[in-house]
Design a protein around this ligand. Structure first.
Ligand code: PGA
Length: 249
């Protein structure tokens, strides 16, 4: 069975609640596509107004992060239950910016992935190498380690529903996209790794996105690759260009 594409925007720390509603109103006619899941991952404070603005459209509202505890004395954090109660289905876990600026590790990513599944949320699990790692020729080893730790104690059934975003750090926000062959090579290796951890059926079912300077001009070539099931899009998700990415064909 062909995997359904999933194209997600990652708004990062952009858009006030008022701006979020205006942007959704602007983009909603442009992102209609029955053949793909379309997700806008927005700042926590934007989730509720964004949900309202996206009502009756094909847009799913997602979160950019969550904490791995149920509740309690964790000032400033957002719990999985809060996301679920707000109607969220997807949550980005372990984006490279969270790892770099907020000390997230493969271990905290694993805890968040387990917690997301416990609450019926679909994690969009990020992995990716630095430019130095690519130049050292250790990209695949590095990604395999990130994936193996992220999926520790995750059952095959749950893993099947997960989304993985392969995002080379050197391609994020730089305008420097990985070539479609580079992206495909790593996405294929990720799928093979899932096959080793679980089985062929899980590897075939899991969806793997590419992220890193995706835009309306390069999406078609990237998404045509057999192991690339869509994209995680930063900068271009805040512009009408996102409509071109969603309707890449
Ligand atoms: P970019 O960001 O599309 O602006 O490169 C991608 C991401 O960080 O998810």
């Amino acid at each position: 069975m062909a995997r359904r594409k999933i194209i997600a925007g990652n708004w990062k720390m952009n858009m006030t609640p008022t701006e979020a509603v205006a942007l959704i109103d602007e983009l909603k006619p442009l992102v209609v596509n029955d053949e793909a899941d379309v997700v806008f991952c927005v700042p926590a404070i934007d989730i509720i107004p964004a949900m309202e603005a996206a009502k009756g459209t094909n847009i799913h509202i997602g979160a950019e992060n969550m904490y791995f505890e149920e509740k309690g004395a964790y000032t400033g954090e957002i719990s999985p239950k809060m996301l679920v109660d707000a109607g969220v289905k997807y949550v980005i876990i372990g984006h490279s910016e969270r790892r770099e600026y907020f000390a997230e590790t493969d271990e905290t990513v694993n805890k968040k992935v387990l917690k997301a599944f416990e609450h019926g949320l679909t994690p969009i699990i990020c992995c990716g190498e630095s430019l130095t790692q690519r130049e050292q020729g250790i990209t695949i080893d590095w990604i395999r380690q990130q994936i193996k730790i992220a999926f520790l104690n995750v059952t095959a059934d749950k893993a099947k529903a997960a989304v993985i975003a392969y995002e080379p750090i050197w391609a994020i926000g730089t305008g420097k996209t990985a070539t479609s062959d580079q992206a495909e090579e790593v996405c294929a290796a990720i799928r093979a790794c899932i096959g080793e951890i679980y089985d062929e059926a899980t590897a075939e079912a899991i969806r793997i996105q590419y992220g890193g300077s995706v835009n309306g001009a390069n999406a078609a070539e990237l998404f045509a690759k057999p192991n690339i099931d869509g994209g995680l899009v930063g900068g271009a998700s805040l512009k009408p260009d996102f409509g071109k990415i969603v309707n890449y064909k």
